[in-house]
Structures are given as C-alpha cells and as structure tokens.
Design a protein around this ligand. Structure first.
Ligand SMILES: O=P(O)(O)OC[C@@H](O)[C@@H](O)c1c[nH]c2ccccc12
Length: 262
C-alpha cells in the first residue's frame, strides 16, 4: 500500500460520513476572478500559495498556523491564488480553514483535497472554493471525466494534477486547461523539479492551457528554473509556511516567465 492508497481508503470512509451528515460548512459565496485567465495572461511567474500545517512526507510543518493570517499575508504579497488543504487526517486541515480564508480574500481559492466523489466538490464549493484539485493518479478515466464535468458544471475551475507524460495524456483527454505537475511522487515522496521539465518538453502550450509546477520549490533559484520551462505558476506550501518573512519570500518568486509558454 502506498500513502496515496491509504489516503484514498480514508476518503471513501469520509465520503460515507459526509453522506450521513448534513452539517455543511458555508462561507459567503463571492464571485472570484478566473485563475486560468490570470495565469494565461501573466508575464511573471504566479504563486499559488498554500496553507499547509502538516503533511505525510514532512510531518508537522506549522501546527499552530492561523489560516486567516497566513492567507492575508499571501494576498498582500500578490499571490494569484490561495490553496487550502482541507484534508484532516494527513494534513491537519479542514473545511473550516477554507471557509475562514474565503471570508477574507477575494482572489481564486483552491480546495486542496483528494476528490473521489461529487459530495466533496459540493462541500468545497459551499466552503467558498472557486477551484478544486483532481489528481489523475487517484482516479480512473471514468471518475476523472465524471468529477471534472461535475465541477465545471457547478462553475468551478479544475486544476488537474499529473506526475508523468502518461498522466498528462489523461489530463488532456478531459480537456484540462489548468495542468499541474506534482514534482513530488505521491508513492515514494521523492521530489525532483525534473518532473516539470519532462512534462514541459511535450506540453501543448499553443492550445490555451497553462502549466503549473507543484511541490518542493524552495525559493527564487527554483522559480527561475521553472519559469524557464514555460510554467506560468508555482504551487508553494512548506517554504512559505516556514518563512519568517512570508511576503518577501513570496515576492522573490515572482520572476519573469522566460520559457516558451504560448
Ligand atoms: O509544500 P510544498 O512542497 O511546497 O508542496 C505544495 C503542494 O504542491 C503540495 O502540498 C501538494 C501537491 N499536490 C498535492 C496533492 C495533495 C496534497 C498536497 C499536495
């Protein structure tokens, strides 16, 4: 069993609980700008800044972090989008975190979770998300297609996460516009920015799609390397959660996009 298998098993249990429980976390549902449009039009690398207390690979990262303070600092530094981990068991997040952030920032908001069922997408939307994540490695083609159209049908944007070229093909088969490469292998936890490089070599940049590089990004040097691959955004958690100077750290990553990206 890999960690991804463990997480998905836990999610099946949580989905059953959600169905039996009508306590839904809500926030005011405000209209947020399109993440796709922001990234597509950007000339500088955009930062999707993540609220992440803990993870299976790193353990506790910032157990006492306050999601409202964290998100406000991200917003002030010009983050393009805020990602909030809502998984409780493995990442110590919650839909309450997401709803609290939704109340204080007006920018695109990503619900970061392991989606296997439409009810989770309903909960993400109720809590204020404008974007959800679908992880190709966690879904078969039928599930991926079904959840993708369910989310877009609700007016949500979808970030489709891939790890290799085979998974990229599956993302393109559902016509994903926002494609994220996870530099971390969810099976082994190994992190390598070369994952983004591999995908960028075959990425259809001409087709109104944006490439996002996720995980393991430690600062400006990594950001420059990734911008040279044509990615329009980076998804950064741990580096920002551990930074004593969040706004400076985030701003230092907003480098010019130098790779071929259209
Ligand atoms: O903390 P990092 O290494 O900057 O990574 C952030 C983000 O990419 C990572 O949290 C992530 C990427 N894909 C995921 C899927 C589920 C949970 C978490 C993730």
């Amino acid at each position: 069993m890999t960690i991804l298998d463990d997480i998905i098993a836990q999610k099946r249990f949580e989905v059953a609980e959600m169905r039996a429980d009508d306590k839904v976390v809500h926030s005011r549902n405000i209209l947020r700008p399109s993440l796709f449009k922001r990234l597509y039009e950007a000339s500088h690398l955009q930062v999707i800044a993540e609220m992440k207390r803990a993870s299976p690979s790193k353990g506790l990262i910032a157990g006492g972090a306050n999601p409202v303070e964290q998100a406000s600092a991200y917003f002030n530094a010009g983050a393009a989008c805020i990602s909030v981990l809502t998984d409780k068991t493995f990442f110590k997040g919650s839909f309450n975190d997401l709803a609290a952030v939704a109340e204080v920032v007006p920018i695109p908001l990503l619900c970061k979770d392991f989606m296997i069922d439409p009810i989770q997408i309903d909960r993400a939307k109720a809590a204020g998300a404008s974007v959800i994540l679908l992880i190709v490695a966690a879904l078969n083609d039928e599930e991926l297609t079904g959840l993708y159209s369910y989310a877009t049908g609700l007016g949500l944007e979808v970030l489709v996460e891939v790890h290799d070229v085979e998974e990229l093909k599956r993302a393109l088969a559902v016509d994903a516009k926002l494609i994220g490469v996870n530099n971390r292998d969810l099976r082994t936890f190994e992190v390598d920015l070369a994952r983004t490089e591999e995908i960028s070599a075959v990425f259809p940049f001409g087709e109104q799609r944006v490439l996002i590089s996720e995980s393991g990004i430690t600062g400006r040097v990594d950001a420059e390397r990734i911008s040279g691959m044509g990615a329009k955004a980076i998804l950064v958690g741990e580096t920002l959660m551990r930074s004593g100077t969040i706004e400076d750290t985030l701003r230092s990553m907003q480098v010019e996009v130098t790779g071929l990206s259209r």
